[in-house]
Write a protein that binds this ligand. Sequence first.
Ligand SMILES: [Zn+2]
Ligand SMILES: [Zn+2]
Length: 98
Amino acid sequence: MKFNRRLYPDNWSELALAVKQEAKWCCQKCGLKCIAPGEDTSKLSRSERMKRTLQTHHWDRNPSNNCAENLIALCSACHLFYHQGGKSNVSPGQLSLW
Ligand SMILES: [Zn+2]
Ligand SMILES: [Zn+2]
């Protein structure tokens, strides 16, 4: 299954950033403090960095529906949880884009 980039709007990175800033760089499910831009991550291990990378999730899993109510900031573990809990067969490697 190939990831379809065209579903994302041109300003997706801005939208995703706004959602993360709104969440103050914390996971909106478990409250984990994630890595904010400019934060020093040199002391973090690779897995720690992965764990603390904030991602933007679409509630309805439709990447073209980018209204604020449809977007939520999640840490990678919670993000994975939501995708595993549903019918979507998205692999973890693709999740950073969602
Ligand atoms: Zn979380
Ligand atoms: Zn997602």
